[in-house]
Write a protein that binds this ligand. Structure first.
Ligand SMILES: [Zn+2]
Length: 352
């Protein structure tokens, strides 16, 4: 299609022929790793140094961070925030800690952004918005933007304690609890978001754009070595594997199951229709941190393999926008020469 697209379109339209499978080039295998909430400073440091090491010679992995707006307000300034249908100072998650944590977080976020990672939004107070109107969502989005822009003043920090990039670059959203309402998408359009990552879908689905917003879905997966289904998200493994109870005697098994499940997900898509792989985690250390160890071991194993691109959601949006409808339809059906899975060195998760 790249070489002969114009010619084929002209010839085949004239002769009423369908485009043949052989003309469509195989798309890359995208993998998007994302994190929600993004409060803990140690986790920022760990992920920044992990990716700096991975990307030393050439870019291999970039993350998308869905940052909650409470991270932009020191605890003692919490009254500045009034969430939709909630009193001033209320939130379902922690605020940003002492002012020195706010300053450190700004520096880390600026460094992550400068390294090519994406900063996106996870709303502010982590409320369940399934009953929210478009106006409620718009209010929450504009507060997130305002907290981002006024972080120095709100926290009585020096002016240099500010983000090094504009709030307009925050182009993506994931809803707390993945709880959406019809008004969300109206509010997202008004606030000029490019994509929503709150959905759930099948592992082999290519993304859709609906009402001007790209929809990226976490995948429904069967946990390797068990009959259980879960989502491609750490918290959902935690619930499915242990009923959300810490169980140290099972840590090695649970970590191994997650890593194998992600490998199965990638292998099926890589050798199938190349639908992007979506993996969403949190900064929290459920089950003693084994899930983050599994994710990093998986990333180390696969990011950099031939045709694999571990990119941010904004990069995936750019790719999706570059496709014409016929090509995307061919991708959905897997109408291109299929690949076999490349040889790889399995990196085992370590506890550091
Ligand atoms: Zn969350």
């Amino acid at each position: 299609m790249r070489l002969f697209g114009g010619f084929l379109a002209a010839c085949c339209a004239a002769f009423g022929l369908a485009a043949s499978a052989a003309e469509v080039e195989r798309p890359p295998q995208f993998i998007v790793f994302s994190y929600d909430n993004c409060t803990e400073l140690d986790r920022w440091r760990e992920l920044i140094s992990f990716s700096e090491e991975m990307n030393r010679d050439s870019p291999r992995v970039h993350f998308t961070f869905f940052v909650s707006g409470t991270n932009f307000l020191a605890d003692r300034k919490r009254h500045i925030y009034s969430g939709p249908r909630n009193p001033a100072g209320a939130s379902k998650i922690n605020f940003g800690g002492p002012p020195e944590d706010i300053r450190a977080r700004i520096e880390l976020i600026n460094r992550a952004h400068g390294d090519g990672h994406e900063i996106a939004s996870h709303a502010v107070g982590h409320f369940d918005g399934r009953q929210w109107s478009a106006a409620d969502w718009s209010q929450e989005f504009s507060i997130h933007r305002s907290l981002f822009q006024n972080i120095a003043r709100n926290n009585e920090l020096e002016d240099s304690a500010s983000f090094a990039f504009p709030a307009a670059e925050v182009a993506g959203f994931r809803a707390p609890y993945l709880s959406t309402s019809p008004g969300l998408f109206e509010a997202m359009r008004e606030s000029k978001f490019a994509y929503d990552a709150s959905g759930v879908g099948h592992a082999h689905e290519w993304p859709d754009k609906k009402d001007g917003i790209w929809r990226f879905n976490l995948a429904s997966l069967r946990i390797a070595g068990s009959g259980k289904m879960t989502l491609s998200m750490d918290y959902n493994f935690y619930v499915a594997q242990s009923g959300a109870f810490n169980n140290p005697s099972q840590h090695a098994l649970f970590r191994e199951q997650m890593q194998s499940t992600y490998m199965n997900y990638l292998r099926a898509n890589y050798t199938g229709n190349r639908a992007p792989v979506h993996i969403g985690h949190h900064f929290s250390t459920f089950q003693g941190g084994i899930y983050n160890q599994a994710l990093l071991a998986f990333a180390r194993t696969v990011c950099g393999l031939p045709e694999v691109k571990c990119v941010t959601y904004t990069k995936l949006v750019q790719f999706m926008e570059s496709l014409d409808p016929e090509r995307l339809a061919a991708y959905r059906k897997g109408e291109f020469p299929r690949a076999t899975f490349p040889a790889f060195d399995l990196v085992r998760a370590s506890t550091q």
